[in-house]
Design a protein around this ligand. Structure first.
Ligand code: AHM
Ligand code: MG
Length: 331
């Protein structure tokens, strides 16, 4: 049997790839893995907690108030970042404002993390896969001071690392530090991530399309024409593509990353600027897509080039196999 590589071994062995190889980013990635394990463990008990252990009154058997899992996940990641000491501040989809950590240790840290603690959380109640998405930047404010809004509002091109955790039939952590994309599957029996998907490359073309077709009437003619193409025999496979829409971005993206496909959520009247958030969802996944050879745009321009103006900014999102995204944009 060939030797298994743990996430920790992998992080240490690739540390020299980082532009600032002080070990801080390595420790930060380990903090993320720790929080992911905690959240994964909590999620596996979700049905028990909600439906059996604490069936009445919103309290579990210990008399503790039940918390929504997205709040639990948010707290787990914030705790990991605050205790880890490599992060001076965070912004999260769960919180209106960014958070500048107050300890001296934190104020001396070099990184900020922007994240969506539990994306697709409406899927929890029906036992469908959900995920965490994260984006790491170097601060632009001076070391030794509190993190600022400017630290958070950096364009996606400035990401030092990004990734996601998919809590699916197994838990997988996929990340990139700008030198390719690697995936690690959690062995829950020993609480260790192992390298399972080395050097992931997104196929240039694919045959899966992921879109909420309930919104079809609201799509622009270019997108409607693309979907008609996907459903016809005139595409490169000579038969209709397969529609696959989980409604959980991380899960839809992960499938398309591995198998080849496209995910599209354009601006629609119900979400006039788009549904998904530039900073917490689109930038990190765009970074991963590009690192794997794919493409991500808002339908017109590259996601990573969009200047952020506010924390919870929304954008249209076309992401996936390069040739599919170009075709969907009408290029
Ligand atoms: P959330 O961050 O509130 O969970 O919303 C993001 C989710 C994505 O995971 C998913 O792809 C999309 O919203 C689904 O939206 P819709 O139900 O409109 O198809
Ligand atoms: Mg989300």
């Amino acid at each position: 049997m060939s030797k298994l590589t743990t996430l920790h071994e992998f992080i240490v062995s690739t540390q020299q790839d980082f532009p600032f190889a002080t070990g801080e980013l390595s420790r930060l990635l380990s903090d993320i893995a720790l929080a992911a394990k905690i959240v994964s463990n909590d999620l596996r008990k979700a049905g028990l907690v909600d439906h059996i252990l604490g069936a009445q009154g919103g309290q579990n058997v210990q008399g503790e108030e039940q918390q929504k899992l997205d709040v639990v996940a948010d707290a787990a990641f914030i705790r990991a970042f605050e205790n880890g000491g490599e992060v001076c501040g965070i912004a999260s989809e769960e919180n209106d404002n960014f958070l500048a950590f107050t300890s001296a240790n934190a104020q001396n840290a070099n990184y900020v993390v922007l994240f969506d603690p539990l994306d697709g959380s409406s899927n929890i109640d029906v036992n469908v896969s959900i995920g965490t998405i994260f984006s790491i930047y170097r601060r632009v404010s001076p070391v030794g001071t509190p993190a600022t809004l400017e630290d958070m509002l950096q364009p996606g091109t400035q990401q030092v690392a990004a990734g996601y955790v998919l809590y699916g039939s197994s838990t997988i952590l996929v990340y990139s530090t700008g030198n390719g994309v690697n995936g690690f599957t959690l062995d829950p029996s020993i609480g260790e991530f192992f390298l399972s998907h080395p050097d992931i490359k997104m196929p240039e073309n694919g045959r899966y399309y992921s879109v909420n077709e309930g919104n079809l009437q609201d799509f622009d003619p270019t997108l409607r024409a693309y979907l008609a193409y996907c459903q016809s025999n005139d595409n490169q496979t000579g038969k209709p593509y397969s529609g696959r829409y989980i409604g959980s971005l991380v899960a839809d993206f992960h499938r398309n990353l591995i198998k080849g496909g496209i995910y599209i959520y354009p601006a629609v009247p119900a979400a006039p600027k788009g549904r998904l958030r530039l900073l917490y969802e689109c930038n990190p996944l765009a970074f991963i897509a590009e690192q794997a050879g794919g493409l991500a745009t808002d339908g017109k321009q590259r996601i990573l080039d969009i200047p952020p103006t506010e924390l919870h900014q929304r954008v249209g999102f076309y992401i996936g196999a390069k040739l599919m995204v170009e075709k969907a944009m009408g290029l």
